[in-house]
Structure formats: structure tokens, C-alpha cells
Design a protein around this ligand. Sequence first.
Ligand SMILES: [Zn+2]
Length: 407
Amino acid sequence: MNAVRLSAPWLLPIDRPAIRDGAVLVGDNGRIQAVGPADRVPDPPDVQSSYLPHAAILPGLINVHTHLELTGLDLDVPRDRFPAWITGVRAAKSVRSRETFLAAAIEGLREAHRSGVTTIADTGDSGTVIEALQQVGGSGIAYHEVFGPHPDQAEECMLGFRDDLDRLRRFEGPRVRLGVSPHAPYTVSGPLYRAVTRLAGELDLPVALHLAESKDESALMMGRGKFAKAWRARGIPLPDAEGMTPVAWLDTCGVLGPRTLCIHVVQVSGEDVDLLAQRGVSIAYCPLSNQRHGHGEAPLLDFRRAGLRVGVGTDSVLSVGTPDLFAELSFARARLGASQALRLATVAGAEALGLDHEIGSITVGKWGDLCAVEVGPGDSGAIEDRVLAAGTPGVVGTWLAGRRCVP
Ligand SMILES: [Zn+2]
């Protein structure tokens, strides 16, 4: 039984202006049946009805980049030594069992729900996040990662990868989707990128990849920097990318298209941004992670000017400490203002994932994914600013398809 009616002093549908004394009715099927001023939204006697004093009701938030399998991990390597940090992440993961990954993914998902997030887009290679989504009854896309920097590994990598995908598809459902993630230009060869892209097309799966994140990644394209040094030491041929940016090189691999989510996208030229827009990719904007690693700042305003779809992501616990989508939004708020920042975590995030027909706003017919943020009494200041100021500690409830997932 998912039917629920929520009302509060404020309701922010996002697809239209905020409603004073608003209400939303979610039906038994978990879909929104009515939304508007409370006195115009039906209050059926058989539906559980709650009034949330001092709160604003919002669409459930969308975090377009997580690594939930890493929940609970800690690392000693400084974040600004990126190639060494990447090696440290690998080592930390290598000693985790599948059971531990699954428990971590479930805990990460619950934490996300507690912070108002109802949909996640996750990358990982343990295959446990999609299982966690199914077990907990969550919503999201689990992009399964593949690694393989040596071109000669591509065929073998693809054999194992296909098997993994076959195994993981059984966890798919109406709210749970599988995707693929050829990890990053410093861990994946050109032939592997091409093969994964072909397979994603065949299987109709979305793609996510880390792109143009560190300066060392750009330097690798020129045969310089720490990644290039490590590749040479391991006898791995460097990418055939002389003079190209990571974005331009990936484009030669055919990876960039409307089903591709590009994560980070910091080390980019104006031409790169134009190319990404031409290809119709979407962007996962992860400002805190980019700052913590010393990568710099992604050109959010340029992305938006170019018409790119942009959502906001937290990245992993190892990059940012406790993932906090509201903390990420404070960066966006400084650039775009509170109202547009909130759109990034709701309807724009849904667009970035190709899920805007299902989630991202409080709209009749969409899933009843909601969160409530306590903004306090009174009327001073714009409601969007008050919601962002309240932040994660202000989240007092989260509902997925009408079902309360946080007490
Ligand atoms: Zn990441």
C-alpha cells in the first residue's frame, strides 16, 4: 500500500513555481495523482494523510554520480596525489569480499535515502549496487565498470564483461536499470572503449565514464605525466591520441552520444564543450570531489550555455568523505542561484539520466518520489534559499513511490 497524501506550508513541484500550503497525493500504484494548493488536492478517507509543519516538500533528489560499494572505506593516500590515490582505491577494494561490498552498497543506499536522495546513478565493478537497489526497493542506474588499459586485453575483458552483464540483468526492474561504465581514459584502451560502446548499443544500455578529470589524464594523451609513466613501466602502449584532449580522443572511439553520462569533465577547452554538446552527452557535475582532488572547477556555466544536460553527483566516500548532495548544491548555488541549483538535483538530474518522464518533478503521472526539508517557521527569504540553507540535516522524510523510506 503506497497511497499517501502529504501536505506542508511549502511544496516545490520544480516544473512550476512553489506552492504555498501545498499537497501531493500519491496513488496505490506509487504514482502522483494530484498536486496543488492543499484545499484543491483530494484527501480520500482510506489514504494515510500527513501534514509536515515548517517543511517544504520537494521531488526526491537525484544523485547522478555515486560509488556506493565503497561506503565505509577509508584511505591514507592524499587525494591530491591522484594517480597514487587511484592505486590506493584499487588496493582497498581488492581486500573486500562480495558480501562486504553488498553490505556497503545497502548502507550507502540507506544513507542516500536518509539525505533526501531517491535516485542514484552509480558506477562500480563489484556488481552489488544493482543487487542492493533491488533488495532495498530503490531507484537508479548501476553502471557496471570495466577496466583494461592494454589494447591486447580488450577481447578477453569483453568476454568476462558480457558474462557479468548477463548475471546482473536479473536484478533489473521498473526502477532499477543496468548500464555499462568503461571506467576512464587512463584505465581503458581505445579498442575496449569501442567494444563496450558497441555492446551498449546492442543491449540498449546507458554508458557512464569518468572523463577529463585530472591534468595527468590530459598529459597521458601527450605521452607525459604520471599515468604515462606507469603505463610505460607496465609495457602498455600509450593511447593513439597525440595532441588530442581526452574528450577529442574519446570521440574518435565513438563513445560520446546521447546515452553517455560524462563524469567530472574539468580539463576541457571551449571546443571540447562544443563537441560534447554536439554529441548530446550529459554531464555529472561533482564540484566537491573535483576540489578535494585539486583538479579545479568544471565549467558549469559553459555546459549550460552549450545546452548540455547537467546533473549533480557526490562521487565516492573516498573522494568527499560523507556524500552530501546539498553540500554539492552550494557550489551550484554560488554560480546559478538557489532555484537553478535545486533544478540540478531534481529535474535536470532526471534529464541527464534520460529519466525525466518518470522522476525529477512533482508532476501527475510521475513516480511519487518525494523528500521533505524542514525550513523553520516564518516567511523570510526565498523558499529555495531556505531549503538549501537547511541542507541534509533538515531532511525530515523521504518517500519512494509513496512508500516512506526514512522514518
Ligand atoms: Zn567517480
